[in-house]
Structures are given as C-alpha cells and as structure tokens.
Ligand binder design. Structure first.
Ligand SMILES: *[C@@H]1O[C@H](CO)[C@@H](O)[C@H](O)[C@H]1NC(C)=O
Ligand SMILES: *[C@@H]1O[C@H](CO)[C@@H](O)[C@H](O)[C@H]1NC(C)=O
Ligand SMILES: *[C@@H]1O[C@H](CO)[C@@H](O)[C@H](O)[C@H]1NC(C)=O
Length: 440
C-alpha cells in the first residue's frame, strides 16, 4: 500500500479536538485511565541511526507516515532524536488524533552522557539541553514517557556510565517537580548485554524513589523467526527474572531479522498472559527501511511517499489476530519496592550506588527554568577534558585527556542509538555460541 503526505495533512485539517488520556503508572503496569496500557509501537527514525533527523518537526514526513502507522494498529512510537528548537505541534497533534503516544529519547548526537568520559559529559550544558527538551514536550498529552538514555552501557567495560545516566534520571524527575511540569515517566533503554542486563535493571530501580527510574526497558533481538518460541527465545527466563520487579518494563526494540521476511510470531507471546504479568508490550525496530534491513516501509527517493513492505503486512496481521489480555493482564498493582543496588564486580560492574550531586551550575534551572530549548544547534555537552582549567563541576574522576577544547565537535555518535552495531554484535555472538540457550 502507498501513503503520501497529503493524506496526513487532510486528516489533520479534519481532526476534532479530542486528546489522548495521559499514561500513568500503577504498580508494574501502565494505565490509560482505568485500562491497562500495552505498548504496541515501533521505533521511528527515518534516515536511520547514521543520518538522524527529527521526524516530528516536519509535517511532510510525519504526515506521510502517521496514517500508515494508524492503519498498522500502532498506539506508540519511539523517537530517538528531536530538535528541541523546532515546532512539533502539528506532528504531535496528528499522532494524538491517530491514537498514538510518543516515547521520547532526550538525547541527540551532540547531547548525551558519553561512554568514554561520562563524568565530564554530565554537566550544566547537558542538563540545559535535557530540561529544555522537557519544557517544550511536556505539554503534549500524548507524550507517554522519556528515555534518559539508550544503550549508554553496551559492554562490560563501560558500566560506570550508568551512574551518570541514573543521575540524569533523578535530575529529570526533580526538574518536573520544581517546574510543576506533568510527571511524565522517566526510564532507561538498556542494550541486551547478557553480562549485565540483570545488573542494570536492578541498578536503575535501586535507591530512593527520587532517583529510581519510573520504568525500565531493554532492546531484545532474541526471538528469531517463526521457529523460535517463548522458551527458545529465552523470553520465559526474562519473565522469571522480572517477576517481582516493582516497575513497568517493556521491549524498547525487538524484531530479529535473521530469517526474513519477519513473521513476528513473538507478538503472540508478548501480548499473552505468559508475559503480561511483568511486560507491557514493546516497540518493533523499526519504521523505515534503512541499510540494516529492519524496515516496515520503504520511503521513496523524493521522500514524498512510502510503500508498505511485507514485514508491515505480517506485523499488521499479528496485531489484528492477537488482542491484549482482558482485565489487568496479571499485573501487580501495588507499589513495587526498590531493587537492591548491585555491588561492584571488578571488570564487570562499576556503577556507583551513591549518585554524584547535580552540577552546581545547573541548579539555577530549578528556580528559573532551563531557558530556550536550543536544539541540535545548541552547544554540545561532550566536552573533552579541559587541561587544568577546572571548568567542569563534576569530580575529577576521569582520566582520559586530549588537546581539543571544551565544546569541541562531539565524538562520533557516543550514546545515541547504536542499535545496528549492537544487534549485529549480538547476532554474531549468538551465532558463535550456536544457540540462544547458551547465549542466555
Ligand atoms: C571495551 O571493550 C570493547 C569490546 O570488547 C573494546 O572494543 C573497547 O575498546 C573497550 N573499551 C575500553 C575503554 O577499554
Ligand atoms: C536472569 O538473572 C540472572 C541473575 O539473577 C542472570 O545471571 C541471567 O543472565 C538473567 N537471565 C536473563 C535471561 O536475563
Ligand atoms: C505460554 O507458556 C506455555 C508454558 O510455558 C507454553 O507452552 C506456551 O507455548 C506459551 N504460549 C505463548 C503464546 O507464549
């Protein structure tokens, strides 16, 4: 099927004023009013991770895609990068009219906690970016949740970065309170690294209510093709591991593409009571066809039209055939308790249970706001270490040094979506070990 921009714009013109109900959290589940809410979503980054664009700043793009998203039966999209200086009103309204919530990553290629020097990147420039993004997005009723980070920890040797992501989570929650913004849930999207996926889930949900994530999600490519199953994929083990986890969790990326075309048989398990007691659905990777071959739709060269691909049709059929469970789907609706903060493990886990203080220079934002959202053109927080100028408010724990100046051009794509690399790595890893049983 072919969709064009005009269809979306026509929908916008005709739309009524109804607004989606903001999503809330009860126990380990999301709710829309009194109904349990399961994410039936996709990851939306036309242009791919290598050429990221804000798809919600351009009605020619979102207007082209949203009617096809609605047709597919989606209720959520995740966007990895937005330009906080741009206007998102029309695209957000089109999403709302289509019944679609936004799950938003607050980072960009120029604004993120870096793996290589996390303490230095946790600075007032970063928090100005994050808070400014929240200022402009929190007004939308269909903003479901924020990701404070995506796959920042992607290995055993960069787990220290989790400390600064969690500090950011704490600061985002505090900023919402201080500025009386709607309390939009804040979470983290973890890489599927077998060595630390359990540790990071516990870590993010440990500590005081003020510093814990509101929900936790992870990217997962373990269900490959229709020969897989609830057991073969290891989903059953993940259900076991997350049973008793006090907050909602969902798959922030899924859809292994080793056996194309994808048939998405995992939908039968994800929205089955086998999983819904602890999982709240997931996001299929990804909307548009990019070189790594995970697309549901093909965008034309002139960007004006999209054609749905066979994966789109297969996913649509699965969504249509697999309803959500009735009632609360087996969720635990009482307030969950915190997890225990994992102790350090030499060479494998290095995140701090005591978080660093917020950079002093960022405190002013709590009283007078973060100021103008500067978007992609704003200064980068990815400073390299200043040579003894002491301009960083963070403790001098970092060791790497370089000759470039503060606010130098960012290192290549530090902690935004590196999904392509990660998933290929995990696929190779899986292949090497000759099976998921071993991988898990
Ligand atoms: C961390 O490990 C990865 C892969 O094992 C390696 O490529 C990378 O250089 C390591 N980073 C550091 C800082 O040691
Ligand atoms: C389940 O948790 C254990 C530690 O409690 C961990 O070793 C294992 O890798 C986890 N399994 C999965 C599938 O996440
Ligand atoms: C649900 O779990 C049972 C028992 O583990 C399994 O036999 C069945 O295939 C699962 N069904 C789905 C749809 O995951």
């Amino acid at each position: 099927m072919r969709f064009t921009t005009l269809a979306g714009l026509a929908t916008l013109a005709a739309s009524a004023a109804a607004e989606l109900t903001p999503i809330t959290i009860r126990g380990n589940a999301f709710f829309s009013g009194n109904s349990r809410f399961y994410v039936r979503g996709v990851d939306y980054q036309p242009g791919g991770a290598s050429d990221p664009k804000d798809p919600l700043a351009d009605t020619a793009i979102c207007g082209r895609d949203i009617p096809a998203m609605k047709e597919l039966g989606l209720n959520a999209v995740r966007v990895y990068i937005v330009d906080s200086a741009a206007d998102h009103d029309e695209c957000m309204k089109m999403l709302d009219d289509a019944g679609i919530y936004l799950i938003l990553d607050v980072n960009t290629p120029f604004h993120s906690i870096t793996r290589d020097n996390p303490s230095l990147s946790y600075n007032e420039v970063y928090l100005q970016h994050v808070f400014g993004t929240m200022d402009v997005f929190s007004k939308y009723p269909n903003l479901m949740a924020y990701f404070a980070g995506n796959e920042v920890v992607d290995n055993e040797n960069n787990t220290a970065a989790a400390t600064y992501v969690k500090a950011t989570v704490r600061d985002m929650k505090a900023y919402q309170k201080a500025r009386k913004l709607r309390a939009i849930p804040v979470g983290y999207s973890a890489a599927d690294v077998a060595q630390n996926r359990q540790l990071i889930a516990e870590y993010m949900n440990s500590g005081t209510k003020e510093e814990r994530v509101d929900f936790h999600a992870f990217n997962d490519y373990s269900w490959c093709g229709s020969a897989s199953s609830f057991q073969i994929s290891g989903y059953d083990q993940k259900v076991k591991n997350y049973t008793g986890y006090g907050i909602p969790t969902f798959l922030s990326e899924f859809g292994c593409n080793l056996n194309p075309p994808r048939t998405f048989t995992e939908i039968e398990s994800i929205y089955h009571t086998n999983m819904t007691g602890v999982f709240s659905g997931g996001l299929v990777f990804e909307w548009s066809q990019e070189p790594n071959n995970y697309g549901l739709v093909q965008v034309s060269k002139d960007l004006k039209t999209i054609d749905t691909l066979v994966d789109y049709d297969n996913l649509k059929t699965m969504y249509e055939n697999v309803p959500n469970p009735t009632g609360d789907g087996g969720a635990t609706l009482t307030d969950g308790s915190a997890s225990e903060c994992p102790s350090k493990i030499p060479g494998a886990w290095d995140a701090e249970c005591t978080l660093p203080n917020m950079p002093q220079k960022a405190e002013v934002y709590f009283n007078s706001g973060a100021g103008k959202a500067l978007g992609l053109d704003g200064p980068s927080n990815q400073w390299t270490e200043p040579s003894g100028t002491g301009t960083s408010d963070t403790p001098a724990t970092s060791t790497s040094s370089s000759s470039s100046s503060p606010n130098a051009a960012p290192l290549p794509m530090p902690s935004v979506n590196l999904m392509a690399i990660t998933s290929i790595a995990s696929i190779i890893f899986t292949g090497f070990l000759g099976g998921l049983a071993v991988f898990l």
